[in-house]
Design a protein around this ligand. Structure first.
Ligand code: AFP
Length: 354
């Protein structure tokens, strides 16, 4: 716990002072995201009484029923970040294409990618929700950015974070200099620093997976989960299971307590043979945070931050958490899942990093 009261703005400013060439871009961007998070938190706590629980009238681009809070969160993030002059493009789970900055506002050199409301199946049951975001630097010379600028591998992230709307609202971020967590004090309306340079514990406690999907798992994933449960001949430990249906909630718990979250690629021919989660705005940002906290994230074959998206809404298998646990998943898959690897590997572009 920090003994002084440190807001997100102050924390970023103090970090930027260590770099004389820092432009201040992140403080403005993060202020925009933090303000959006406060507004979304307010709406999630009064959603039942405000009448915005439940489904909006239309499906989102993935054919899923779009919840009213999803729409609200999407629009709030856009409105809080469109005018600050630091972004040239945004990408959101809720929008088919890249979202341009309106002509009336100045543009900058960054691209914001986000899942505005992760875990939306939890809305109707008052369960934990989250927002995941990441920031890339524009690579092209186009003033307003291009689709290619958005299609960057997670290695290109310059900042990433998430907000968790639970019993309290927390804001977690990294700019590549450690992972820092803030908790919203509703009495003053500010996120205050609660942990600096967070490290995930070396000895893990939990694994998180949708066990109901076991019939679709590959032999390697099945053996791996048995290993996590202490049932495999080579198991040295048995972890407890925790799964909420909200990636942010499960990732956050495992980050604090040690553990692994997985949403694997399922058997070839299954609709989720390449996993369920989105590479650009779910897996990439959380992978950056996991690494900064001493962990690791993989698509089952290698570092998920090396996978270059060829589409905005591309899905990926994901294994994320303690490094030793994630590397063990890669071993099981390499050993037992040749059939799955034969169909998966040619379908994605993996950068080679020396
Ligand atoms: P929704 O936001 O559509 O509810 O999806 C949530 C999510 O992307 C991730 O947050 C969960 O961990 C995962 O999907 C849950 O998927 P299953 O319901 O298939 O377990």
């Amino acid at each position: 716990m920090s003994s002084k009261l440190v807001t997100i703005d102050r924390h970023i400013l103090e970090q930027q002072r260590k770099f004389p060439n820092a432009t201040g871009a992140f403080s403005e961007l993060m202020s925009g995201i933090a303000l959006a998070a406060k507004i979304i938190a307010r709406e999630t706590t009064r959603a039942g009484i405000a009448g915005i629980l439940g489904a909006a009238d239309h499906l989102n681009i993935h054919g899923e029923e779009q919840q009213k809070l999803d729409v609200f969160a999407d629009q709030t993030i856009f409105r809080m970040c469109d005018h600050i002059g630091r972004l040239c493009l945004m990408v959101s789970e809720e929008n088919d294409d890249v979202i341009p900055i309106p002509d009336e506002f100045p543009v900058g050199n960054y691209i914001l990618v986000c899942d505005p409301l992760d875990g939306s199946s939890n809305i109707d049951v008052n369960g934990t929700l989250g927002t995941i975001w990441g920031v890339y630097r524009k690579m092209s010379h186009s003033e307003r950015g291009t689709l290619e600028d958005a299609l960057q591998p997670g290695l290109g992230l310059v900042a990433a974070g998430y907000v968790i709307y639970g019993p309290s609202t927390m804001f977690v971020y990294t700019t590549g200099m450690g992972v820092h967590t803030f908790t919203l004090d509703p009495s003053v309306g500010e996120f205050l620093l609660t942990a600096e340079n967070l490290r995930t514990p070396d000895s893990p406690k939990y694994y998180s997976v949708n066990q109901g999907k076991e019939k679709f798992w590959t032999p390697g994933v099945r053996a791996y989960v048995q290993w996590l449960q202490g049932l495999h001949v080579e198991s040295q430990q048995a972890l407890d299971a925790r799964y909420t249906g909200s990636l942010v909630a499960d990732f956050h718990r495992n980050l604090l307590c040690g553990g692994v979250y997985l949403y694997p690629g399922e058997m070839p021919g299954s609709p989720r043979a390449n996993g369920k989660l989105r590479l650009l705005y779910e897996a990439g940002p959380l992978a950056f945070i996991a690494e900064q906290a001493g962990g690791y994230a993989s698509d089952g074959t290698g570092n998920v931050r090396c996978v270059k998206p060829s589409q905005l809404h591309q899905r990926t298998p994901l294994f994320i958490g303690n490094r030793a646990l994630v590397e063990q998943a890669e071993r099981f898959i390499r050993l037992s899942d040749q059939q799955w690897l034969d169909q998966y590997e040619p379908s994605r572009v993996m950068l080679k990093v020396s």
